[in-house]
Design a binder for this molecule. Structure first.
Ligand code: SF4
Ligand code: SF4
Length: 339
């Protein structure tokens, strides 16, 4: 079902949806980036069309809404445990096709990667509706077409929106929301469009040709010299899903406290440190190899599509100008040409 809104009508729709949903979208925060003169594009609550940043890529993705940076799992008092309480909040998330596909990867990791579902992820994820932002031009560092993440399969979204100069055209696939859209706008024919070519093309290596010799290749030593293990590539990645778990005891009663999980990343010091102090990926190049293989090899071996969606955020944020897309291409050349 297609609709067309004027800007005012769309704002009325948002006002109406805001009664029931927390609406998250990319926003521009003036001079809030870690480099203080720069704006930070990140996710936050919005109430109007004017607040949504549509001209720049967000530095961070929407994953923290469903997989919070720090999340309490349960509380304990003396010998008893209590699962952390849930909220009644429901969410609408505005995001581009690559980021919609990133949630497909997170769903695999948290819900289908073993016999048990992650109950904390599941209870948030079930309350999310996706509003996909049409993206036909992309940004300089994107390579979503190479990663097959430029489109959204089976129209798997609640709404798909095209932002135009004088309004918004869209498609609605969600019966819960159709009446709200109908009340605010006129019906039109609508067909979603997607980007078909990025400035960057990535050649994925043939998985069958990735052998153990690649692990020892000198390619990775370059990253040992350049990477500073800041972890920015991990925190900005919409598909990185590693976390660490910690207990804290409350001062008032040392037999009470909570267990929480917090984002962790394979590039960060301490990630592979084990009891006794053994660290099996000390070299930064080894961490780059591990991340690369996870994003374009072993996740795909298990789930039939690669983990990386080609959003290019890791390239955008790396202070050492390390490019993941170039790393994949170098690896492919090594595999194909045996260098
Ligand atoms: S590895 Fe880089 S390009 Fe791929 S999904 Fe993560 S941030 Fe995006
Ligand atoms: S952002 Fe760059 S320097 Fe920082 S950990 Fe990632 S690859 Fe290394």
């Amino acid at each position: 079902m297609g609709f067309n809104f004027s800007k005012n009508e769309f704002n009325q729709l948002l006002e109406s949806l805001d009664q029931e949903y927390q609406i998250y979208a990319p926003v521009r925060k003036k001079k809030k980036d870690s480099f203080s003169a720069n704006d930070l594009i990140t996710y936050d609550l919005v109430k109007s069309l004017e607040e949504i940043e549509l001209t720049a890529k967000s530095k961070y993705s929407a994953k923290e809404i469903v997989f919070p940076i720090r999340e309490t799992l349960f509380h304990f008092v003396e010998g008893e445990q209590f699962m952390a309480s849930d909220t009644d909040d429901k969410y609408i998330i505005f995001l581009r096709p690559c980021d919609r596909n990133a949630f497909k990867r997170l769903d695999k990791i948290f819900l289908e990667n073993g016999p048990e579902e992650d109950i904390y992820y599941k209870r948030l994820r079930e309350k999310v509706k996706f509003f996909v932002i049409e993206c036909t031009t992309g940004f300089d560092s994107c390579f979503c077409v190479s990663m097959d993440s430029n489109t959204v399969e089976s129209r798997d979204y609640s709404a798909f929106l095209r932002f135009e100069e004088d309004g918004v055209s869209c498609e609605v696939n969600d019966q819960d929301l159709a009446a709200e859209f109908e009340a605010q706008a006129k019906e039109i024919d609508f067909e979603p469009e997607f980007i078909r070519k990025n400035k960057i093309e990535v050649n994925l290596p043939d998985r069958d040709k990735l052998t153990n010799e690649v692990f020892e290749h000198q390619l990775w030593t370059e990253y040992s010299q350049r990477c500073i293990a800041c972890g920015r590539c991990n925190t900005s990645c919409p598909t990185c899903s590693c976390f660490t778990v910690k207990d804290v005891l409350y001062d008032e009663n040392k037999k009470s406290g909570e267990r929480f999980r917090r984002w962790a990343g394979c590039h960060i010091d301490g990630f592979t440190e084990m009891a006794g102090g053994h660290n099996f990926r000390e070299e930064y190049g080894d961490r780059m190899r591990y991340k690369t293989m996870h994003k374009i090899y072993d996740f795909g071996e298990r789930f039939d599509f690669d983990m990386c969606v080609g959003c290019g955020r890791c390239d955008d944020v790396c202070p050492e100008y390390i490019s993941f897309s170039k790393c994949i291409n170098k690896l492919s050349t090594i595999i194909e040409e045996g260098v």
